[in-house]
Design a protein around this ligand. Structure first.
Ligand code: UD1
Ligand code: CA
Length: 453
């Protein structure tokens, strides 16, 4: 069976009160449309078409999916009209599955069930709700056979009492879909071409309508405003947290964990509360992450301990390293095995050798650091001259005294020692002590000022 998928995404999303097109609002760090596309592509369709409207270029630019075809719906004349715009691209498909760009949590398993139930005829995904609200109602005859869908705005009081609603997701064979779309007319309360009218046409033409319900009602929930977006964010975060816990990750409180991207974790990984994981993050086995830590595109090896309140971005962390609390690791940083980074330390675009320690109050930027180096508290690499960035090189086992300023470009030799408080603007010789600071003097008889009575 050649399956074509059309994703309707031309809605303006006025209730979001935003300049961003609705389908680009983020859920778990990715645009709504990206979630729907991922699920759609997981069904391995022959073709996937997105119908976009206002803000079209912005939508296309934000979605990096080479296998997707794009069709513009310049006038928003209804869901039937939207599907019609995609039909020229879908003519050679056997069936067309209709999805919505603003219904992000629909799952592959539910769609597979819909497809399986509708081997022939039309597949329709419905839900039974306590409050059917503004949804289209599923009208059945006394024997229970589906007759048609009535939109809320066109419904009689009796029809409004129907609790079974149209999720909007449906599967139709292409020849019938093409024929029925031609027959749509906008003679209804909203003067729109309703895709839902094809159900009555199927019944008229003796085509079976097979109804499927999704595994979970939230899968069919659409997003129209920010409270709904926030609600589905919590649902998705809960699902993600549960999946991680089932895979063996300890989340001390799954309700206070956010994943905005992908996390791959080894065994016995523990995440304390308010950890945020963004982008692509890999955690080795035995890793523990302290409360309030943010990891963005980070690779962490086994047995690393990252303590509370750290922000780590675009970095690679070696086995058995320790970081934090209160460390900031910026892009381009590589920590080798067994490195220690302590509180109020910022590291950027630097490589830190095995076992080296930067324990307190330092800035290390554009630095190549060897193994077994000890950086004293308050050490700063002065990497910027106001116009250019310069490199600092620190050899193995160098010992940098507290509050040193290393003025780059500069090279500290292996096993060199730098006296505390030095301003090192010239290379320091290997194995020697370099001291560059004012000499201490004693001013005899000097008196501190005293307030007059
Ligand atoms: C539609 C269904 C309704 C169903 C509900 C589920 C119709 C006529 N009604 O109603 O039975 O219960 O969805 O949420 O189909 N869109 C376009 N172009 C258009 C119109 C809509 O791309 O011209 C897109 C929207 O961006 C959205 C989806 O289609 O993603 C549904 O549109 P919306 O206006 O929300 O449909 P409803 O009137 O809520
Ligand atoms: Ca809607």
């Amino acid at each position: 069976m050649k399956l074509g998928i059309v994703i309707l995404a031309a809605g303006q999303g006025t209730r979001m009160k935003s300049s961003l097109p609705k389908v680009l609002h983020l859920l778990a760090g990715r645009p709504l449309l990206a979630h729907v596309l991922e699920t759609a592509l997981s069904l391995q369709p022959e073709k996937t078409v997105v119908v976009y409207g206002h803000g079209g270029e912005q939508v296309r630019d934000a979605i990096d999916e080479p296998d997707v075809l794009w069709v513009e719906q310049s006038e928003r004349l209804g869901t039937g009209h939207a599907v019609q715009q995609a039909m020229p691209l879908l003519q050679d498909m056997d069936k067309v599955l209709v999805l919505y760009g603003d219904v992000p949590l629909i799952r592959k398993e539910s769609l597979q069930k819909l497809i399986g139930n509708a081997q022939s005829g039309v597949g329709l995904m419905t839900l039974t709700l306590k409050d059917p609200a503004r949804y289209g109602r599923i009208q059945r005859d006394p024997s229970g056979k589906v007759q048609c869908i009535v939109e809320q705005k066109d419904a009689s009081p009796e029809q409004l009492a129907i609790k079974e609603i149209n999720t909007g997701i449906m599967l139709v064979d292409t020849p019938h879909l093409q024929q029925w779309l031609q027959e749509l007319s906008p003679k209804n309360a909203q003067s729109e071409y309703y895709l839902t009218d094809i159900i009555a046409m199927a019944v008229r033409d003796g085509v079976d309508v097979h109804v499927t319900q999704p595994g979970n009602a939230v899968e069919a929930e659409g997003i129209n405003d920010r409270p709904q977006l926030a609600f589905l964010e919590r649902v998705l975060q809960r699902w993600q947290a549960e999946a991680l816990m089932r895979d063996g990750v300890t989340l001390l409180d799954p309700a206070r964990f956010d994943l905005r991207g992908n996390l791959a974790a080894g065994t016995d990984v523990t995440l304390d509360v308010n950890v945020i994981i963004e982008g692509q993050v890999v955690l080795g086995s035995g890793v523990s992450i302290g409360a309030n830590t943010v990891l963005r595109n980070v690779q962490v090896a086994d047995n690393v301990c990252i303590r509370e309140n750290c922000v780590i971005e675009d970095a690679v962390i070696g086995t058995s390293s320790t970081i934090g609390p209160f460390s900031r690791i910026r892009p381009g940083t590589r920590l080798a095995d067994g490195a220690h980074v302590g509180n109020f330390v910022e590291i950027k675009n630097s490589s830190i050798g095995p076992g080296s320690k930067i324990n307190h109050l330092s800035y290390i930027g554009d630095t190549q650091m060897g193994a077994g180096v000890n950086i004293g508290a308050g050490t700063i690499t002065c990497n910027y001259d106001g116009a250019y960035k310069h490199q600092t090189t620190i050899g193995d086992k160098a010992f940098i005294g507290s509050n040193a300023a290393l003025v780059a470009p500069v090279c500290i030799g292996e096993n060199a020692t730098i006296g505390a408080g030095s301003v090192i603007a010239k290379d320091a010789a290997a194995g020697e002590l370099a001291v560059a600071r004012g000499k201490q003097i004693t001013i005899k008889g000097w008196k501190r000022p005293v307030k007059e009575k």
